[in-house]
Design a protein around this ligand. Sequence first.
Ligand code: 13P
Ligand code: SF4
Length: 347
Amino acid sequence: MEAPLDIIRAVRQQMGSELVILTHHYQRPDVVSCGDFLGDSFVLAREAARSKARVIVFCGVHFMGEAARILARPDQEVYMPDPGAGCPMADMADSDDVAVALERLADLAPGRRIVPVAYINSSAATKAIVGRAGGLCCTSSNARAAVVEALRLGDLVLFLPDEFLGTNTAHLLGQPVVPVYDPHAAANSPAGACGGLRKADIDGARVIVWKGYCHVHTWFSPDMVTAVRSKHPGCRVVVHPECRPEVVALADGSGSTAWLVDEVLRAGPGSTTVIGTEINLIQRLARELPDRTILPLASSLCPNMYRTTSTRLARLLQGFPAQNRLSVDPSVAADARLALDRMLALA
Ligand code: 13P
Ligand code: SF4
């Protein structure tokens, strides 16, 4: 039986510029080695929007492939080696719940225009609700710019689905009060309240965050930062902004996966960098840069990213089966695209 990497190499050679393979920083090393572009969610979404290839293969999780499908031209085909690789955080903001939240919050904040900001880690249906409401998408690399833009467009931002990226971003913008909207409390809210919030809770706020999280990043604790600093004096600790605010506050900096990679490159030979994010990115950097010390804050793996293997990628490239092809309902895609395009237009 031919080895997966040989199959992938042969198909890439045969298809040439007709095929582009996009890989996220959390992918397994053998999958990363097969990609044309490696990046964070923003870089890969932008690449999908720019690509001229007839076939785009996305090695990441479903919301990333779906965003690529929405941004690509209709005559391009978008595939994933495992379309079942989801993101639990994206599933935490159901589109119907988001529509209800926008309606109820409008009642709770009369006279204030609410502009939703959807983290790219959300479904196409949720992005469509946000696009229709005049809102925009963001990734971890432009969340700050997106919230600034939303505040320019309106008075109050509903940031979803990540409570912690939303809260960390609001803190960066000098907003200390960040109420949390809990979609599970929405159904049982008494009159004059919604999602566990009352009018008084949101009166002084500019940003409301949705109660959602990424288990890969909420695993990191302030104690872990303290422990690593005493074990490696002088180390630099950098984390992804999906971490809890208490962890971000103790770290030396936070940013997207691409920013974390850049930080390690900037730190230079002989440096020690401790990173709070998914383990595959950290292990790959440590292997590629043996002249510096690169350590995980703790080992935390995204099981969904891990579902994409070189064997699955090879199987996809051998026949491009219909079940691996992504499609989004055209009316949903059109509204979701509004939100994605507003993000791509950010400076
Ligand atoms: P980035 O946009 O920073 O790559 O993050 C994506 C993600 O899913 C982090 O958990
Ligand atoms: Fe989703 Fe977290 Fe995995 Fe990122 S690391 S894809 S947010 S589950």
